[in-house]
Every structure is written in structure tokens, then in C-alpha cells.
Design a protein around this ligand. Structure first.
Ligand code: NAD
Length: 283
């Protein structure tokens, strides 16, 4: 049976670290503020935004929520982002995706000041990640790296396989593993011999969005398996990995729920703190 990598414990440790630093900043008269924008009524997005707000409150981070109607125009949204870009009280800006289809997601992301882009989706921050000169990391891949580090799992020289090439998870995940000197293979929907490639992985990261996609026959004995997937089957949350059978083979594995999920919010809090420190010339 493998070790269960507990995202609740690790995210609590990250949040504790952030909270202590926020207290120290407050003592110097510096506040930390995050603005979260949500457009429309997507129920999953509403839950995510509520959780982010709760996390801010628990860590002493000021949170401003902007719940905009489904009919918000691009001009209105851009004007709000401009206002937040210029607000000294706000260190981080997050625009919850997906946006309604009449809004140009790329344009909106590009309008956020890169220094306040705590999701690290702005092309400037994406480029910085590419060349290894970054201060913000996208929250989910950063959360995975934090879990590996917390568990003392060495990446250097390991065969790392990431299934998924999205801009939010798969691609940056690849870069972060590469920066830690992993030998990285990125797989996607057009990959041939997926099973063979996965079987070679010392560290296997699944970010596919398909329940039970990774089965035991795809996993090498003793591999570390990180399940980023969040899926719902019959109303029940599950990941991309067939946990029951894979956990018998892996040396360590993240569960869903309680694995990577809680890390994402913790890393968002960390990015907001980093933004505040950067904007106050403390780093
Ligand atoms: P996405 O749909 O943008 O990307 C999925 C990727 O999987 C694509 O790159 C695609 O090429 C690949 N893929 C699809 N079918 C495949 C196949 N048959 N073989 C190999 N590759 C295949 O999704 P995403 O935004 O990257 O998210 C992936 C999963 O992670 C989703 O379940 C999402 O809900 C979850 N997620 C979790 C968190 C978290 O906090 N834990 C954060 C973001 C996303």
C-alpha cells in the first residue's frame, strides 16, 4: 500500500506560513489584499470563489469580491480590472474562469497587471515561467511541486510523465518539473503508446479530466502518482486515477478529494502574499 500524500496537511502548513508572514507585514503597516472577480452564475465557480474568500479571511488577507452579472460587457469588466490594477489596497487580482462566451478571455487575462496576476496566466508570467525567472507560479502545478517537496520526493533525474497539456495545468507542470531537473514527457489526447510511456514514469501526474483514466497497468511499481483531476461521477468527487488499484502499486499517491485540490487555494494565498511583498519592495 502506498503512502497517501495528504493535501489537507500540506496546504495547512503552507497557509500557516502565509498567515505568519501576513501578521509580520501588518506589523509594518502593510496589508495584503486579493480581488476576486466572478461573472455569471456558474455554480462550480461560485463554490471556488467562496472558498477563496474563506481562505483569505482565515489568513488575514483582505478579500474583495466582485460578483458581476452574466450580461456584463467587456468594457465594464476591463474598466473594473483597470480600477483594481491602480488600487494600492489590492495586491492580487483573480478573474474566475471560465468567463461567459461573449467575453474575450485572452483579452481579459492580458489586461491584468502582471504584478497582480496571482493566477500566473498573463503571457508575461507564462514567459517568466518558461525561462525560470518567476515570482508567481500557477497555483495547481505549484501545489504539486510543494507536495513533492514536503514529502521529500526528489525530482532530479527522475522520469516524469504529465498527462495533459493545458495552459493552466499540464504545460506549466512540465516546466516546473523540468526546472527541478526532471526528465519530462508531456502526453496528450494524440499521444501514441500512452500506456508504455506512463509505465516508464517515476513520477506520473494525471491532469486529464477523465474519471479512472489511469489504471494500474499504466503505473510502474513504486512510482509516485499525482492526481490533479476533479471529476464527478454520480455526484461523487473523483480524480483521474483509479485510486484503489493504483495505490497498491505506487509508492506514494494523492487522493481525490483531499489531495491536489486544497493545495491550489493555499498556493493562491502564497502568490497574493508574494505580490504584496513585491509591490512593497520587500523581495
Ligand atoms: P483540459 O481539458 O484543459 O486538458 C485536459 C488535457 O488532457 C488535454 O491537454 C488533453 O490533451 C488531455 N487528454 C484528453 N484526453 C486524453 C487522452 N485520451 N489521452 C491523453 N491525454 C488526454 O483540463 P485542465 O484544465 O488541464 O484540467 C485537467 C483536470 O484537472 C480536470 O479534471 C480539472 O477539473 C482538474 N483541475 C484540478 C485543479 C485542482 O485544483 N486540483 C485545478 C485545475 C484543474
Amino acid at each position: 500500500m502506498s503512502k497517501i500524500i495528504d493535501g489537507k496537511i500540506i496546504s495547512t502548513a503552507v497557509k500557516e506560513r502565509v498567515k505568519n508572514e501576513v501578521v509580520e507585514l501588518n506589523k509594518k503597516g502593510i496589508s495584503v489584499g486579493l480581488a476576486v472577480i466572478i461573472v455569471g452564475e456558474d455554480p462550480a465557480s461560485k463554490v471556488y470563489v467562496a472558498n477563496k474568500k474563506k481562505a483569505c479571511e482565515a489568513l488575514g488577507i483582505i478579500s474583495e469580491e466582485y460578483a458581476l452579472s452574466e450580461n456584463t460587457t467587456q468594457e465594464e469588466l476591463l474598466a473594473l480590472i483597470q480600477k483594481l490594477n491602480n488600487s494600492p489596497k489590492i495586491n492580487g487580482i483573480l478573474c474566475q474562469l471560465p468567463l461567459p462566451s461573449h467575453l474575450d478571455e485572452k483579452l481579459i487575462i492580458n489586461s491584468i497587471d502582471p504584478e497582480k496576476d496571482v493566477d500566473a496566466f498573463h503571457p508575461v508570467n507564462v514567459g517568466k515561467i518558461m525561462i525560470g525567472d518567476y515570482y508567481f507560479l500557477p497555483c495547481t502545478p505549484a501545489g504539486v511541486m510543494e507536495m513533492l517537496s514536503f514529502e521529500g520526493i526528489e525530482v532530479e533525474g527522475k522520469n516524469c510523465v504529465v498527462i495533459g497539456r493545458s495552459n493552466i495545468v499540464g504545460k506549466p507542470m512540465n516546466m516546473l518539473l523540468l526546472h527541478k531537473n526532471g526528465t519530462v514527457t508531456i502526453c496528450h489526447s494524440k499521444t501514441k503508446n500512452l500506456v508504455e510511456i506512463c509505465k516508464n514514469a517515476d513520477i506520473l501526474v494525471a491532469a486529464v479530466g477523465r474519471p479512472n483514466f489511469v489504471t494500474a497497468d499504466m503505473v510502474k511499481d513504486g512510482a509516485v502518482v499525482i492526481d490533479v483531476g476533479i471529476n464527478r461521477v454520480d455526484g461523487k468527487l473523483c480524480g483521474d486515477v483509479m485510486f484503489d488499484e493504483v495505490s497498491k502499486k505506487a509508492s506514494a499517491i494523492t487522493p481525490v478529494p483531499g489531495g491536489v485540490g486544497p493545495m491550489t487555494i493555499a498556493m493562491l494565498m502564497q502568490n497574493t502574499l508574494t505580490a504584496a511583498k513585491k509591490q512593497n519592495n520587500l523581495i
